[in-house]
Design a protein around this ligand. Structure first.
Ligand SMILES: Nc1nc2c(ncn2[C@@H]2O[C@H](COP(=O)(O)OP(=O)(O)OP(=O)(O)O)[C@@H](O)[C@H]2O)c(=O)[nH]1
Ligand SMILES: [Mg+2]
Length: 417
């Protein structure tokens, strides 16, 4: 097999070039659109790259056919052409005769021709391998079309999981054809829509569905923002929605923690109970039996300490307590997944994400909902109480996840880089 790579303005032109070199028996092995020239991806020209080849057996068969024909014509030429008038044959075969004159020089044996074929073939194989190696080296994923590489890169920056990105980009490839693949705005809108749907529906606390009062506990690793978020929730339900809200804290490990929540309770003007054991806890729940909403603050527990987490279960085992796991968007994805697994013993599928303001890669949220089957309730995006707190509507979360991308869409080159 002889293989050669062609670059042309369009496929028609490439086929012409291939036919010229290999004749009508050439086989097209691979074709793709490439961008040539330009500066940093701009002003580049779209071209086609085609890899074509021909079976050497066919070439040799053709050669043999010509070998048979050419001597005859040569013979005719050698004869007195003035007497035998064959102008058509002369015109038709002249170029081949010229070409063949070199080919059939007595020193060029058939063995030499084969060696020359083989070495050409080796060169072509080397070229092909170089192309493949370059493609693999420059492509972040062999399953992604070069046209979509920049989307892949931006999505990786957002922190989306590999399989989620691949699935979405493959869908893009199926749904956007030809020129449509250059429409960055439409493709981003499509990707955003996909992500939004993966985020499911928000599941905030519902005090109006007639199911009576709610008892909600926030649990999670140390420092993720449980106490601050409780204060934000309490202020929103009490001051804005005018509900009866009461606080209980079972985080008695540090005085400062008790003081922190007590300060918030005083500012908002709602009652608070500090409990040290299960009896205190039951008493506090009884005391606040008329409240619309009881919010329970807990001590931060390391996901690596199962015992500490099980300790919380003693308080939160009752099914009427709704447990929300608080996770920081700034945490590493691996740690977030580990936390989810460790906290599974407490039951519940609700998740609050905090500190969305502190990271540009909130993609982990998508995975938590999509792969771990969790429901988002709220997100927080700043330290201000009671502001910086929102119901986790998927479109709002998607806005935050894509805020960076969206501000760059206008200036980004969507072609291969
Ligand atoms: N930037 C930012 N900071 C936040 C957010 N939520 C909380 N914080 C800050 O995170 C720090 C820890 O918040 P806490 O509410 O004390 O966290 P915690 O989970 O109760 O901590 P422990 O009780 O020690 O486990 C504080 O400085 C908060 O102001 C947020 O959404 N964004
Ligand atoms: Mg706390």
């Amino acid at each position: 097999m002889r293989i050669k790579k062609y670059e042309a303005n369009d496929i028609k032109e490439a086929i012409k070039m291939i036919k010229r070199d290999f004749g009508p028996d050439a086989i097209i092995l691979h074709s793709r659109t490439i961008n040539k020239g330009g500066i940093m991806g701009f002003f580049s020209k779209e071209m086609v790259e085609v890899m074509a080849g021909i079976d050497i057996n066919i070439v040799e068969a053709e050669e043999k056919k010509r070998d048979v024909l050419i001597p005859k014509i040569t013979q005719i030429k050698k004869s007195d052409t003035a007497r035998i008038n064959i102008p058509i044959v002369e015109t038709a075969y002249t170029p081949q005769i010229m070409e063949k004159k070199e080919d059939i020089s007595p020193v060029t044996s058939s063995l030499e021709r084969k060696v020359s074929f083989l070495s050409k073939e080796m060169e072509e194989i080397k070229d092909t391998l170089n192309i493949i190696v370059n493609k693999v080296a420059n492509s972040p994923h062999p399953m992604i079309s070069p046209k979509l590489i920049n989307y892949y890169k931006f999505m990786s920056q957002i922190g989306l999981a590999e399989d989620v990105m691949i699935n979405i980009l493959q869908e893009v490839e199926t749904n956007f054809k030809g020129q449509e693949l250059d429409n960055g705005d439409r493709i981003w809108a499509y990707i955003r829509q996909k992500i939004t749907s993966l985020l499911g529906e928000a599941a905030p606390i519902d005090l109006d569905s007639g199911k009576g009062k709610k008892i909600v506990a926030l649990v999670g690793p140390t420092g993720v923002g449980k106490t601050t978020t409780i204060a934000k929730m309490a202020a929103n339900f009490s001051l804005i929605q005018k509900k009866e809200v009461a606080l209980i804290t079972i985080d008695t490990f540090r005085i400062a923690a008790i003081e922190q929540l007590r300060d918030y309770a005083n500012i908002i003007g709602i009652p608070i109970e500090v409990v040290f054991n299960l009896d205190d806890f039951s008493a506090a729940l009884r005391k606040f039996k008329n409240a619309d909403l009881i919010l329970i603050d807990t001590a931060g527990r390391s996901p690596r300490n199962n015992e500490q987490i099980l300790d919380l279960k003693k308080f939160l085992k009752n099914s009427f307590i709704d447990t929300h796991l608080v996770l920081s968007a700034t945490a590493k994805a691996k740690d977030v997944y580990n936390t989810i697994k460790r906290y599974d013993v407490l039951g519940g599928n609700k998740v609050i994400f905090t500190k969305l303001d502190e990271t540009e890669s909130c993609g982990v949220i998508v995975d938590v909902v999509h792969k771990y089957n969790k429901s988002l309730t709220y997100f927080t995006n700043g330290q201000n109480v009671p502001d910086d707190f929102e119901v986790a509507h998927p479109s709002k979360v998607a806005n935050i996840i894509f805020s960076d991308v969206m501000s760059n869409v206008g200036s980004m080159s969507v072609g291969p880089s």
